[in-house]
Design a protein around this ligand. Structure first.
Ligand code: F6P
Length: 322
């Protein structure tokens, strides 16, 4: 293992810069040449690689986003595109790639490696916390805190006006963000893709007599339809006769300075990824399993078992908001 590339792929997540920093600094410490690749797999195809020195990653640990830039490059799923990329990697004598990203990114990386490409180690980076094989993904903590701060602010205005708010959080088909944010933000109801309920069910829960409280916050996971809270508000309007305000937190959840937890996990994962490559490992992902940092097989997003959402937290929320 002499030359490695680090790239970020898929949606950005706070803490990715800390992971890049750890890969670059660890790589140099262990005697490797480290290259960065701009814009994820697209950059690999377009040959946008450049040397990264230890000083190249100074002053980035506290910033959100990714200094390498990123993208969702679906063309990489085409074999001829990967072949083009393999030729380039062979000509540059690249031995290993560290891919920081989510499920889709690992799929592309695995295909490349099994077709004769360099060794691959993935670092899970997504605010959704939805990658099979790990209990934690970089960016999740920052995103949930960003969303929590937003809910605290919404609550000020909600209680001043006695209003009902639907707050939609990201997370794709996973409800991790919604549950943590809803519970910690004191939301009366939390809707997740894992434990769905119908609009009439939700309406009757809302109408159930509760404490003398006229304002409410309902946290909704976006599921497969970002923006769905607007339609839901209309339906709830009709079913309950109450008026709802909607706030879609959207991409605000992806930005901002990473929390201590995200930086710490990212730094440890970056170091472990480099050590794994030096030890000759490939097709692995850095993971947190039962609170321990380790390398696991790169997950197959179509078959891997995902860490399940803890239903207990939803039940706890029902008790606390009764
Ligand atoms: O996967 C991270 C994520 O932020 C999801 O929560 C969200 O559904 C999606 O990315 C949005 O993707 P894009 O930034 O490409 O619109």
């Amino acid at each position: 293992m002499k030359k490695i590339i680090v790239l970020t792929s898929g949606g950005d997540a706070p803490g990715m810069n800390a992971a890049i920093r750890a890969v670059v600094r660890s790589g140099h410490f262990y005697g490797l040449k480290v290259y960065g690749c701009q814009l994820g797999f697209q950059g690999l195809v377009e040959k946008k690689i450049f040397p990264l020195e230890p000083e190249s990653v100074a002053n980035c640990i506290q910033h959100g986003g990714t200094i390498l830039q990123t993208g969702r490059y679906l063309n990489f799923l085409q074999k001829d595109v990967r072949t083009q990329c393999l030729d380039f990697l062979h000509s540059e004598k690249i031995d290993g790639i560290v891919v920081i990203g989510g499920n889709g990114s690992f799929k592309g990386a695995s295909l490349l490696s099994s077709e004769g490409g360099p060794a691959i180690i993935g670092i899970p980076g997504t605010i959704d916390n939805d990658i099979p094989g790990t209990e934690y993904t970089i960016g999740f903590d920052t995103a949930r805190n960003t969303a929590l701060h937003a809910i605290d602010k919404i609550r000020d205005t909600a209680s001043s006006h006695n209003r009902l708010f639907l707050v939609e959080v990201m997370g794709r088909s996973s409800g991790f963000l919604a549950v943590d944010v809803g519970l910690a933000g004191g939301a009366e109801f939390i809707l997740t893709p894992e434990f769905p309920f119908t609009m009439p069910e939700l309406a009757s829960k809302i109408m159930k007599p509760r404490r003398e409280k006229l304002s409410s916050i309902i946290v909704i996971a976006e599921a497969d339809e970002p923006g769905r809270s607007i339609q839901m508000a209309k339906e709830l309007d009709e079913l309950t006769g109450l008026q709802y305000r909607v706030c879609i937190l959207g991409h605000t959840q992806r930005g901002g300075s990473p929390t201590l937890l995200d930086r710490k996990v990212a730094l440890s994962m970056g170091n472990l990824a480099v050590k794994g490559l030096i030890e000759g490992k490939s097709h692995k992902m850095t993971a947190i399993v039962r609170d321990e940092l380790m390398l696991v097989d790169i997950p197959d997003p179509d078959h891997g078992s995902r860490v399940l959402l803890n239903k207990y937290l939803l039940e706890l929320n029902d008790v606390l908001c009764s």
